[in-house]
Design a protein around this ligand. Structure first.
Ligand code: FES
Ligand code: FE2
Length: 390
């Protein structure tokens, strides 16, 4: 693949020259962006206007399969339809607001609110009102569950909570280049082989920063990941809102430093991470993807929930692969729970002591800079639109 050869050549050059991809300038980010609840509320409002990954296709295997999920304050009822499409409703009864479906997941023909029995079809349309003769005649078509803009793409269910008048498709949101890069892995048919959730007392952006930070492995993970992944060498591809970064494995670094010319096998030598705005980090390998979504808390800037999914290619998944992925999870879990997240927790606590200050992202930290640059631009655009609408 052309991109891969280009990336490999660039990484080899960086290793030889002892340098890395450089941003145009340093970046200073106000500490308040990590601790200010009003800022966090503006970020959540922005996220509600973007397509967000809320589920993997396998969570809704057949018609009537459903999950309920709270996403940024919206209770969702996500249901696979008879024609294979996915419909999302707000899980809020049109009678007087009861949660229509209480279970986290299952399979149903219809959904009946427990409070007074109003019943809705899989697509949210209202089908039955007990004692309806005591209500004024009611247009049932206008009293279905509120629909939420939903699309299934790349094997994920995406929702846009507040799409505005012209909802953007996921393909347009990602753009042709990201679409083409994602098509290199079998996402549509991917197997969900691991699915875990963690809630941390940390601002969500610190987690996203950590996932693309190539300046820390040998310092924070000296005996683990730091022995596998090189430090301070990275190719960063700016893909608009999104980004892909590539980091050499130590194995590649060692070969180049030893003067080896023939480097065969891209993924044996390079780790890659895709960032999809606003909250997806995916570590890409040829046989599996470690797919993170990081969600800000609804109540405080200082908390987030991370969902980690491992996706495998069904064409190559077997017992040996399962064992390899178990090992990958052990390495990741060790680094994340014992090193990355405790460090991020100290940053969150420390931030309160230097609230009026800034944090610094060097020119060699183009990947972590990316989130803050695009997020700030999007927040500014949102504020401008809100101002124009007043
Ligand atoms: S609130 Fe749902 S039926 Fe009354
Ligand atoms: Fe780390």
């Amino acid at each position: 693949m052309e991109t891969n050869q280009h990336v490999l050549d660039q990484l080899v050059t960086y290793i030889r020259d002892n340098t890395t991809h450089l941003a145009d300038s340093e970046l200073r980010v106000p500490v308040s962006n990590f601790i200010d609840d009003d800022h966090a509320a503006r970020e959540r409002a922005l996220m509600r206007t973007k397509p967000l990954v809320v589920a993997h296709h396998s969570e809704l295997p057949d018609a009537g399969g459903f999950i309920t999920r709270d996403v940024l304050g919206s209770p969702l009822l996500i249901v696979r339809q008879r024609d294979g499409s996915v419909h999302t409703s707000l899980n809020v009864c049109r009678h007087r607001g009861g949660r229509v479906e209480q279970a986290e997941s299952g399979k149903k023909r219809a959904f009946t609110c427990q409070y007074h029995g109003w019943t809705y079809d899989r697509d949210g349309s209202l089908t039955h009102i007990p004692y309806s003769q005591f209500f004024e005649p009611l247009d049932r078509l206008c009293h279905g569950l509120f629909a939420v803009h939903t699309e299934e793409r790349h094997g994920f269910i995406w929702v846009t909570l507040e799409p505005g008048e012209n909802p953007i498709s996921v393909a347009d949101f990602l753009g042709a280049e990201v679409e083409s890069r994602l098509s290199q892995f079998n996402y549509e048919n991917s197997l969900l082989v691991l699915d875990k959730e963690f809630t941390l007392p940390v601002n969500w952006k610190l987690v996203v920063d950590g996932a693309v930070d190539s300046l820390h492995p040998k310092f924070l993970h000296p005996t683990g990941v730091g022995r596998l992944i090189a430090t301070n060498t990275c190719v960063v591809d700016d893909l608009g809102l999104h980004m892909q970064s590539f980091t050499p494995r130590v194995k590649l670094e060692t070969k180049v430093q030893a003067g080896e010319e023939n480097i065969e096998g891209f993924y044996r030598h390079v780790g890659s991470a895709v960032f999809l705005f606003p909250n997806v980090n995916a570590a890409i390998t040829p046989d599996h993807v470690e797919f993170w979504t990081t969600w800000p808390s609804l109540t405080t800037a200082g908390e987030c929930t991370i969902r980690i999914r491992f996706l495998a290619d069904p064409d190559t998944y077997d017992e040996r692969m399962a064992e390899r992925l178990r090992r990958s999870w052990e390495i990741l879990e060790e680094a994340a729970t014992k090193e990355d997240w405790p460090m991020e927790e100290t940053i969150q606590t420390n931030s309160l002591a230097v609230a009026d200050s800034t944090y610094l992202y060097g020119r060699n930290e183009a990947a972590p800079q990316h989130l803050h640059r695009v997020l700030d631009a999007e927040l500014a655009a949102q504020a401008a639109t809100a101002g124009a609408g007043r």
